[in-house]
Design a protein. Structure first.
Length: 436
């Protein structure tokens, strides 16, 4: 039996006009490329066909995946779907494939021309086709995932969140689609791989994780239990993946280098989760209630992703500090300073989110981080005071003795700021009955 959500989206997206107009447009562009190539099928025509397929699946497909959810929110049908008998996975893949059906249809029109005109070896063509399919599915899933995260923050502006995956598609399009010679060697954990094969395997790995994340976020939106381990598993995968690009087989410091890269990768993911996830004080009040009731299962299932990421980063930091190799102490303390600055930023963003007058805490948080990490250092550089920049961010291992105490003091001040906002939130419900 066909998925009802998929069927509904197909009825909405696949119309006779689109089925006729889209192939005519794509074939007209390809015919123009054919004429400009002296009326011959060749690699130039094949490249044009592949470019159209990439634009259809990545750019148009990513837009459709996020816009589909926004249309449902505007049409007041999303709440009805949440109350339906459909499960989270049915809703997730039904929306993902149904809303992007025309994007895949456009690619299906262009790909036969690519197959006829392409002069690459058959094995390479299979990998190129797999790269297209996986990259399209990855970006479309990310777009829908971003829209769902936006829905959790603000139902009126949910669909705007898909613009970030669209921008990501614009950035990744040249690298994924036309990344140079497919046999270019690439080294990862001491092994040599061809670039095209490595990209396909990487896309397969991360597409799987994004689909798992989409399923889990959809479960959360449907008020279902969310498995707490999926985010940590994804984070460990990214950290392990990035660490593999550190080379230097003869160096005794190789494990430290890989741990450092893994730490940076985890730090980026933590900031991403911190900015994306809602930070309502009432969510933390609910978590404290679960803790007092010893309801560990509900506590872990609703634990913020950035908080669990912070725990994993703390363990990585412990390894960096205690790893038994003769590494310079400044190098180890540099990561401690990074962790303390991250703690400062986290507490600052929580304090902003706990304000009852904060309408867009995520936007305000990005603004404050931009001031701390970009504006103030530029002003210091213009005033020839760059030597003071380590007071706000760790700039190098040689300045860690200045950054470390500054980070600790700033984290303490940010904690006091956050605690004051938190106490105001907790005290407000208690004061209300007395005023009455």
């Amino acid at each position: 039996m066909i998925n009802p959500e998929l069927q509904r989206n197909l009825w909405l997206e696949v119309t006779p006009h689109r089925l006729i107009a889209l192939p005519l447009l794509i074939l007209a562009i390809l015919y123009l490329g054919f004429l400009s190539n002296n009326s011959e099928l060749g690699q130039e025509v094949a490249d044009t066909a592949m470019l159209l397929a990439w634009m259809s699946t990545l750019l148009w497909g990513a837009m459709l995946a996020g816009e589909g959810l926004l249309a449902e929110v505007r049409g007041r049908t999303w709440e009805q779907q949440r109350m339906s008998a459909l499960g989270a996975w049915q809703l997730a893949w039904g929306k993902l494939l149904g809303s992007t059906a025309m994007a895949w249809y456009g690619a299906a029109v262009a790909l036969p021309v690519w197959l006829l005109a392409c002069e690459h070896p058959a094995a390479q063509m299979v990998l190129e086709l797999a790269r297209l399919l996986l990259a399209g599915l990855l970006l479309q899933s990310l777009s829908l995932l971003a829209a769902l995260h936006g829905l959790r923050r603000d139902r009126d502006t949910a669909g705007r969140s898909w613009t970030m995956p669209l921008l990501l598609a614009l950035v990744l399009l040249p690298w994924l689609g036309f990344s140079g010679a497919p046999e270019t060697p690439l080294r990862w954990y001491g092994g040599d791989y061809t670039s095209l094969r490595f990209i396909v395997l990487s896309l397969l790995l991360f597409t799987g994780w994004v689909l798992i994340g989409l399923w889990q976020v959809m479960r959360s939106e449907l008020q279902m239990q969310v498995h707490p381990g999926w985010w940590l598993g994804f984070m460990l995968t990214v950290m392990f993946y990035c660490a593999g690009f550190v080379d230097g087989q003869q160096s005794a410091l190789l494990p430290m280098g890989r741990l450092g890269v893994a730490f940076f990768a985890g730090l980026i993911l933590l900031y991403g989760a911190l900015l994306v996830e809602p930070k309502s004080p009432f969510h933390f009040i609910r978590l404290l209630a679960f803790w007092e009731q010893s309801d560990r299962r509900r506590l872990y299932s609703q634990l913020p992703a950035w908080l669990s990421a912070m725990g994993l980063l703390a363990l990585t930091l412990l390894l960096l500090l205690l790893w038994p190799v003769p590494a310079p102490i400044e190098g180890r303390l540099f990561f401690l300073a990074l962790f303390l600055f991250m703690l400062r930023d986290t507490l600052l963003l929580l304090g902003i989110a706990f304000s009852p007058r904060s309408k867009r805490p995520e936007l305000a948080g990005v603004l404050y981080l931009g001031v701390l990490y970009l504006l103030i250092p530029l002003i210091l550089a213009a005033l020839n005071l760059s030597h003071l920049a380590p007071l706000l961010l760790p700039t190098a291992q040689s300045t860690v003795w200045l950054s470390l105490p500054a980070a600790a003091i700033e984290a303490g001040l940010a904690f006091l700021f956050m605690r004051r906002r938190w106490q105001a939130v907790v005290a407000a419900p208690m004061a209300a009955p007395q005023e009455e």
